[in-house]
Structure formats: C-alpha cells, structure tokens
Design a protein. Structure first.
Length: 283
C-alpha cells in the first residue's frame, strides 16, 4: 500500500512538473527586456523604447497592457522597428496604440516586410504620420534627448525594392546615411532586418536596433537562441539579444507578435518591449 502511495505521489509530482513546464514554455505575458550600452559619446543618459514586430496584435482594450508598459519605462525616445502593421490582421490594434501614445514621446518608424506584403504600405506610412511618428527612409535627424545629442537614422525594409513604387532602393538608402555621423555624435540606425549586421558595420553607426527574427520562435534559454527565423533559416545567428563587432552593437528585439506568428505558440520566447539605456563610459 505504501509503495502504491509513493508511486502515486511521484506520478502526481511528475505530472505537475510537466504542466508547470508547459505553462512556463508557452508564457506569452509581455516582458520588459533591458539593455545598457556605454559610450564615451554619451554625456547624459538616454532611454530608448523599441517596439518591433507588433503585427497589429492585441494587448488588451486600447492596447492598454503595452501602452502602460511603455509609459512606466518613461523613455526619452520611442522607435518603431518595422512590422508594426500586418498584411493579414486589420490595423485596429496598431492604430489604438498610436492613438494612446500620440504626442508622448519623439517617435520614429521604419517599415518592415509585412507592410510591403500587404500592398498597403503607403496607407500604413500615412497612418504613422497622422499620429505624429516621423518616418525614416534613408534619412536621419539630429535630435536632443535629455540633454544628449543623437543622430537617429532609418532605412526601409529591403522589400521596398520589390513592392514599393519606384524610388530609392534599400542599398541607396543605406549609403545616404554614410555622413550621418560626421558631426561626431552618437549615431543610431533603426532597421527591420538583423541578418544584415555585417553590412551595417561598414557604416559609422554606434548602435543598430532591429527586429524581424521573432526570437527564433522556439528557444531553450542558455542553450538554443532560436530554432527558425525569417531570412535566416534554422538556428539563426541573430535570433534575439545583443551582438557586437568593431566597437558597434546591434540589439535584436524578439518582437511583440503573438497571434500573427506562423508557428504558434512561441516557446520560451515571451513577447518583449526592448528598453535601451545609453550611458556614459567605455563600451
């Protein structure tokens, strides 16, 4: 009898552990992912919030969960790193977010591939502008944030070459930013695609902020940083996190997409709002 009870307790414990692991693995609660970047060019700390790969997914009525998270972090700048809209999901949730945040922060946006896949990229770009978000297409602005001067650069997604009306190609946009850092100030590139890291490092950017990889969809923290990512395939090199080369850094957001992702659910890969603190000192 005692052996049977012991066996039952063991089986119950194993079953409970499996259930807990499943819930933990499939946890889709919003996560705040923070990074700290040091540079001698920074004299006054600046906080940047990065919204990437929202895909117009739902974060509560009027996007309250996401807007509340952004406002609690009190960023100096808000950057939208592409795929804020989706080619299949209606724009309602994205518009709700933009409406809730309108006028709160200096805001900048670059397109992602899904904006172009929708064949409604002009409409989506127009919506961003309507809510006071500056659209960067091979352009930069030199701004002051919390007393610190920064160059904020941005490029469209490379699919601009295929889907958009005739205009400046992606490579031409990137080349147009070559002189952005001539003033000697800290220079940030906002781009959707992380797999182009090597190309970005040929230019004088101090920090690159990207998305697109969706965290590799399925992860084993500390062991496997993603199984599959768009345009990188299996076991992506840039699934999510921070990458460094020649004194420059790239941060890849694991994104905010949930119901939009091609493989559901995300495993050990919570949707994330990226917060980057730029501080003074040596990198």
């Amino acid at each position: 009898m005692k052996k049977k009870r012991k066996k039952l307790w063991i089986l119950s414990a194993v079953f409970l552990l499996v259930i807990l692991l499943i819930f933990s693995a499939c946890d889709e609660r919003l996560k705040i992912q923070k990074y700290e970047i040091a540079s001698e060019k920074i004299h006054s700390q600046v906080r940047i919030a990065v919204v990437a790969d929202l895909h117009s997914c739902y974060y509560g009525k009027n996007q309250k969960a996401l807007t509340k998270a952004i406002n609690r972090q009190n960023p100096d700048i808000l950057l939208y790193a592409g795929d804020i809209f989706d080619d299949k999901i209606p724009n309602d949730n994205t518009i709700a977010l933009l409406k809730a945040l309108q006028g709160n922060y200096p805001s900048y946006y670059v397109t992602g591939n899904h904006e172009y896949w929708s064949y409604r990229s002009r409409e989506m770009i127009g919506i961003m502008k309507q809510y006071g978000v500056k659209v960067l297409s091979g352009e930069w602005e030199t701004i002051s944030a919390n007393g610190q001067t920064l160059n904020i650069c941005g490029v469209d997604d490379p699919d601009v070459d295929t889907y958009a009306m005739p205009g400046q190609l992606f490579s031409e946009q990137l080349q147009a930013l070559e002189k952005a850092a001539d003033n000697g100030e800290y220079t940030v590139l906002l781009s959707h695609r992380p797999e182009l890291f090597e190309e970005y490092t040929r230019y004088p950017f101090d920090l690159m902020l990207t998305g697109h990889a969706h965290g590799g969809q399925w992860r084993i923290p500390g062991i496997l940083n993603g199984v599959l990512a768009p345009d990188q395939g299996f076991f992506p090199e840039y699934g999510g996190g921070i990458y460094e080369k020649d004194g420059a850094a790239m941060i890849v957001s694991r994104g905010l997409g949930k119901e939009s992702t091609p493989v559901v659910p995300r495993i050990y890969n919570r949707p994330e709002l990226v917060i980057v603190d730029l501080i003074g000192g040596h990198a």
